[in-house]
Write a protein of this length. Structure first.
Length: 101
């Protein structure tokens, strides 16, 4: 299993410390830049809102209109779901054996 690295990210006006895989860092930073750029764009279009409003608007945009390169990839989720299902079946077998044994 790969070691996670801590990074600081800025989303809107707030800084968050998260842990991610080093392989994901470039993609995370790319998505964050797109989100922060969109927040700035919405701030110029819809003045007088607070940061929470802008973040919510960008979240909705991201979920529905973001370019495919910035959206989650369903095939990765399907692969992950399959792997998790296999692990769950193995755990069920072990637990069932322990209860019966």
């Amino acid at each position: 299993m790969q070691e996670l690295i801590p990074i600081n990210i800025v989303l809107g006006d707030r800084t968050y410390r998260i842990k991610i895989s080093p392989l994901d860092e470039q993609e995370v930073r790319k998505v964050l830049k797109a989100i922060n750029d969109k927040i700035i764009e919405f701030k110029t279009q819809f003045s007088g809102k607070d940061m929470q409003d802008y973040v919510a608007m960008v979240l909705l945009w991201y979920a529905t209109q973001a370019p495919p390169s910035l959206r989650p990839q369903p095939e990765l989720h399907a692969n992950l779901q399959n792997a998790l299902s296999k692990i769950e079946l193995q755990l069920d077998k072990v637990l069932q054996f322990r209860v019966q044994g």
